[in-house]
Design a protein around this ligand. Structure first.
Ligand SMILES: Cc1cc2nc3c(=O)[nH]c(=O)nc-3n(C[C@H](O)[C@H](O)[C@H](O)COP(=O)(O)OP(=O)(O)OC[C@H]3O[C@@H](n4cnc5c(N)ncnc54)[C@H](O)[C@@H]3O)c2cc1C
Length: 482
């Protein structure tokens, strides 16, 4: 074990550590650098921090006691789940004064209520584990994302995560029925029991959802489950323009309604990047197309009958209306998975092409095609040699907008200079189009200054006043979000 408590600052904090050790025991708190260090860098490797200790409470009561102790000693807390966040929200600053609070030991599924179609999970339950538990009961939790093997319920709630099923089921805000959280003074806010109708004032759970660990620490959540998928059809279509893709989306919504679960777009360049990275990948269509659309239509047992026929009719009428140039329906599950794998590999494929700045943006759904058609050539013209690529959740008005550096660029220098200026320009454009600089990843430390620069002043002031009221000492996740 390497004890990191050697400097005067560490010695000053040792009375806090001794008290925490007495409360939580040796499994609940450590200063062993070998155990802490792997958690001090964010998933993208852009932020590195330090922590005086890592606390891993096993229960809400232990966590509440720890938070009270932190409040007494003025110790900052940085909550962390699976550390799969994209904006550095779970990485402490470099002062080494904060405690890194891992929720990973609080990983019990407290209750899975099959007839009530709901599940109560502790914050540290990993998304993949939740999927498997629901599936074992003939149900499913209808939110998935690429980081599902690491992302935890607490992190998903705290970032209001999205993913590829938001079109039908909404983001976490729509799936959280109840919440339990520890407030900055250590009190436990217990609102786990879901009520369909409840008008007793503010909806405090919605205040905590998406607050990125700055207002409270989520310890458990009651989540909505839906029936398991009985049948799904995964369709790959080639379309001439994004406007055609948008019309195709409306056409699919009209044709299959609620059964439409996913509608993702990607340009030909992204498909080629995936094939370059993984040469075994087969392009779903024989010819190249300017844009590709991945469509998923699902049905539970009640709606499964006739799904294939309805999709066939939907595609035939789309061809007739010239909304698509070509389309193929996955013949089996492994082909369906192969289609989705292409979509999920885009980020890695883009990364392999060199340094890039990534933006997770939204504009009103109907404006997205025009936005991309305006923003892509504008960025490429203003920054010669760059390539701008937009792909993702067209159905939600949310795309990942990446700008790849000119070939041969030094990554660090580019990120500090042109990369930063490009991001500002993208965010300025999004703001002009009445959009959001963070559609689903949150603000964290990556976008904190941009939010301060571009956010509505009244909204920012309201957020700061709420923060000051709940956390007057500013100890919960300092330096993040606001
Ligand atoms: C390959 C990949 C694909 C992804 N795709 C998507 C996607 O499609 N859509 C999407 O929305 N996200 C996506 N993400 C991002 C990420 O998975 C989500 O942001 C997820 O919600 C983070 O969960 P986590 O447990 O890893 O949280 P962490 O990264 O540990 O923390 C995220 C934030 O939440 C806070 N936090 C964590 N736990 C708690 C808690 N219990 N109480 C209070 N605050 C807490 C942290 O302080 C931090 O601010 C992806 C990530 C990866 C790696």
């Amino acid at each position: 074990m390497t004890d990191v408590a050697a400097s005067p600052a560490d010695l000053a904090s040792s009375s806090f550590f001794d008290a925490a050790l007495a409360q939580l025991g040796p499994r609940g708190v450590t200063r062993d650098a070998d155990l802490i260090d792997p958690w001090l860098t964010d998933w993208r490797g852009r932020f590195h921090g330090k922590a005086q200790a890592m606390a891993s409470p096993a229960t809400t009561a232990e966590l509440s006691a720890l938070v009270r102790l932190c409040a007494e000693h003025g110790v900052a807390i940085v909550p962390q789940g699976g550390n799969s966040g994209m904006v550095g929200g779970a990485t402490p600053d470099e002062s080494g004064e904060a405690v890194l609070l891992s929720l990973r030991r609080m990983n019990a599924i407290r209750e899975l209520d099959v007839s009530g179609r709901k599940v109560t999970c502790e914050a540290g339950v990993i998304l993949q584990t939740l999927h498997e538990a629901a599936e074992a009961q003939g149900l499913r939790f209808p939110l998935t994302l690429g980081g599902k093997g690491s992302a935890t319920v607490g992190g998903l709630v705290s970032t209001n995560a999205g993913g590829t099923q938001v079109l039908r089921h909404g983001s976490m805000r729509a799936l959280v029925l109840g919440l339990e959280a520890v407030l900055p003074d250590g009190q436990v806010l217990s609102m786990l029991t879901p009520l369909k109708k409840d008008n007793r004032g503010f909806d405090l759970k919605q205040l905590l959802i998406g607050s990125e660990g700055t207002l409270g620490i989520v310890t458990a959540a009651t989540l909505r489950l839906v029936p398991a998928v009985a049948e799904r059809l995964v369709i790959w279509a080639g379309v001439p323009t994004l406007h055609a893709a948008r019309k195709l989306l409306l056409h699919c919504e009209d044709a299959v309604g609620e059964a439409l679960e996913g509608f993702e777009v990607l340009p030909q360049a992204s498909l080629e990047a995936v094939i370059d990275l993984q040469p075994a990948t087969r392009a779903p269509l024989t010819e190249p197309h300017p844009w590709h659309v991945l469509i998923e239509v699902v049905a539970d047992t009640a709606g499964a009958a006739g799904l294939a026929g309805r999709c066939e009719a939907m595609l035939a009428s789309a061809f007739e209306a010239q909304l698509l140039d070509d389309a193929v329906v996955a013949m089996n599950e492994s082909q369906a998975e192969a289609f989705w794998l292409i979509r999920e590999s885009i980020s890695a494929a883009e990364r392999a092409r060199g340094p890039a700045v990534q933006h997770d943006i939204s504009v009103p759904v109907e404006a997205m095609p025009a936005f991309i058609e305006a923003a892509v050539p504008r960025l490429e013209a203003d920054w010669p040699g760059t390539e701008a690529i937009a792909f993702g959740h067209l159905g939600d008005g949310n795309v990942h907008f990446h700008v790849i550096a000119p070939p041969g660029t030094d990554a660090a220098a580019w990120h500090r200079g042109d990369g930063k200026a490009i991001s500002r320009q993208v965010h300025d454009l999004v703001t002009q189009w009445h959009g959001s600089i963070s559609a689903e990843h949150g603000i964290g430390q990556l976008k904190r200054d941009e939010l301060a620069r571009l956010g509505d002043p009244v909204a920012l002031d309201t957020m700061r006043r709420i923060k000051a009221a709940l956390d007057p000492k500013g100890l919960l996740n300092p330096g993040k979000l606001i």
